[in-house]
Write a protein that binds this ligand. Structure first.
Ligand code: PXP
Length: 245
């Protein structure tokens, strides 16, 4: 079965626009869980622009589905992850000035440091996932450092689609398909995500090696119009439909 991880970062973005406690990302996560999410993803950024430390405390206390804790490879985040021991940690690149996680992690150039960085997380029982572009050397490096999971960055594929650059979109999709196969052949579990919408999800959901999609921004936006439950159910329906064919 293809799992759906719902990213609730942008519930916190709306909350933080005014400060205070509303809307509560933990409440959103529980609603997502009831609507059929298989896991919840939350990215604690260094600048705490959306998710904050107390949100991670709340998610760890109240969720009964797995938490995928997204974080940069810093000592501060490692200590937080080791304190909570979430089901999974997803290591992502992070730049202060970016609006969102723009690219995949540069694993090949930082292999040694990352191998040492993820070892204690694995030892603590977390599944370690590395967010990377569909690029063979990065996948090989993720495998060598001992990650159990890679998450393929679908942002470029989604951007090409949104810009009507369909030839480039199809090339990127082909690359994603090939690299999902390649990663799977190395024994890595393959996830995918970033920028996915109702329009772009199906070709990714149809890749047989991909077993989890992490989707946030579009789902939270759609929830404003139809409610979170219906938005998640429609995404699930599209994923299942693509998988079945
Ligand atoms: N996966 C990873 C590793 C991410 O960093 C993000 C964005 O935080 C997502 C998935 C979800 O992307 P989006 O919010 O565009 O659906």
């Amino acid at each position: 079965m293809l799992r759906l991880g719902v990213n609730i970062d942008h519930v916190a973005t709306v909350r933080n626009a005014r400060g205070g406690a509303y809307p509560d990302p933990v409440r959103a996560a529980k609603l997502a869980q009831e609507a059929g999410a298989d896991g919840i993803t939350a990215h604690l950024r260094e600048d705490r622009r959306h998710i904050m430390d107390a949100d991670i405390d709340g998610l760890m206390e109240e969720l009964t589905i797995p938490l995928n804790f997204e974080m940069a490879a810093t000592d501060e985040m490692q200590a937080i992850a080791l304190r909570h021991k979430p089901h999974a940690v997803c290591i992502v690149p992070e730049k202060r000035e970016e609006k969102t996680t723009e690219g995949g992690l540069e694993v090949a150039r930082e292999e040694n440091r990352l191998a040492h960085f993820i070892a204690p997380l694995r030892d603590a029982g977390c599944r370690v996932s590395i967010f990377i572009a569909a690029d063979r050397p990065q996948i090989e490096a993720a495998h060598r450092i001992g990650a159990q999971v890679i998450e393929l960055h679908t942002g470029a594929y989604c951007d090409f689609h949104a810009e009507g650059r369909f030839d480039e979109r199809d090339e990127e999709l082909k690359r994603l398909a090939e690299m999902a196969k390649f990663a799977h052949s190395l024994g890595l579990e393959v996830h995918a995500g970033h920028g996915l919408t109702y329009e772009t999800v199906q070709p990714i959901a149809a890749l047989p090696e991909v077993i989890e999609l992490n989707i946030g921004h579009f789902l939270m936006g759609e929830s404003l119009f139809v409610g979170m439950e219906d938005a998640i159910k429609e995404m699930r329906r599209l994923m299942d439909e693509a998988r079945a064919t």
